[in-house]
Design a protein around this ligand. Structure first.
Ligand code: GLY
Length: 293
């Protein structure tokens, strides 16, 4: 049984516009499974990075300096191989750079200028990920014209990270990408590229997290969930236990968890957590995240 599940982050709209986009990403990614598992999770995230509805790639939120700094990661469960970039600027698909880190270096994580130089060496062309909408919103926020906004973006369509997990022939993988938090300090890195914090995969399963990155790093949320699965805990109980730990430190977020038998769970403690699920080639419309109050 093969499965791919993708989220558009907590506090993101569940309007059809968003759900359709997530569904398209999952369908596109699922079609790549024929090529390979890593191709599938990478492609799913690329579709969402290219979509300005989501806070990843093109459409990312701006930092205090008015710049986009992006984080992304990818991980193969069977081999524990992983790659990540943090604070990367001016590329179109950070998840593809993360994959190159995994496959073409002996490192796991490249940051800042080093990540940018690596991307240029690998042939990634310069790309401006700043949208007009995000630029205008940043200008208003800096001018003090906007008093309250979500930690991720004050835009009506609040978003955080996009993430995806998949299982093909019993092998799990994960990928994730984000512009981070709105008005973050330049150089701030969230959980998305922190292996174990916002993303993890092992031969037993995979998990991706979304929400307050600092909290997931502190709790090592993704690794914790996957390690529970390896001890025989169900995906649903592992996801619930992770979000309950998050609650215990007064944080909000969501998690997707899959085991190597392709059982999936999605749990959050926020207002919304839009998802799309494709199982054995079929879009599963009635799968919804469990909300813990
Ligand atoms: N969860 C993404 C971040 O905090 O950057």
């Amino acid at each position: 049984m093969n499965v791919i599940i993708v989220h558009g982050s907590v506090e993101t709209s569940c309007d059809p516009l968003y759900l359709d986009s997530l569904q398209q990403a999952a369908i596109t990614g699922y079609a790549e499974l024929e090529k390979g598992l890593i191709d599938a999770v990478e492609k799913t995230i690329m579709v969402l990075e290219d979509d300005p509805l989501f806070n990843a790639g093109f459409g990312s939120v701006l930092n205090l300096d008015g710049e986009v700094e992006m984080d992304a990661a990818i991980m193969d469960g069977l081999s524990y191989r992983c790659g990540a970039v943090a604070g990367i600027k001016g590329v179109r698909n950070p998840v593809c750079v993360a994959r190159k880190v995994m496959e073409e270096t002996s490192h796991v994580l490249l940051v800042g200028n080093g990540a940018n130089r690596f991307a240029a060496q690998k042939g990634f062309l310069p790309f401006d990920p700043v949208t007009k909408e995000q630029k205008q919103f940043w200008e208003k926020a800096i001018a003090g014209e906007i008093k309250s906004f979500s930690p991720f973006t004050g835009l009506p369509k609040s978003c955080d990270t996009v993430g995806c997990i998949a299982v093909c022939d019993g092998n799990p993988a994960a990928a994730s990408s984000t512009g981070g938090s709105f008005l973050k300090l330049p150089g701030r890195v969230g959980d998305t590229p922190v292996i174990g914090g916002g993303i993890y995969a092992s031969p037993y399963g995979a998990a991706v997290c979304t929400g307050l990155g600092e909290a997931f790093i502190r709790l090592q949320g993704a690794a914790w969930a996957v390690n529970l699965i390896s001890q025989g805990v169900s995906v649903h109980d592992a996801a619930k236990a992770t979000i309950n730990r998050l609650k215990s430190i007064n944080a909000n977020g969501g998690i997707l968890v899959v085991d190597n038998k392709a059982n999936v769970a999605a749990v959050h403690n926020s207002n919304s957590f839009p998802l799309a699920l494709v199982r054995d080639g079929q879009v599963i419309k009635d799968f919804e995240a469990t909300r813990i109050a």
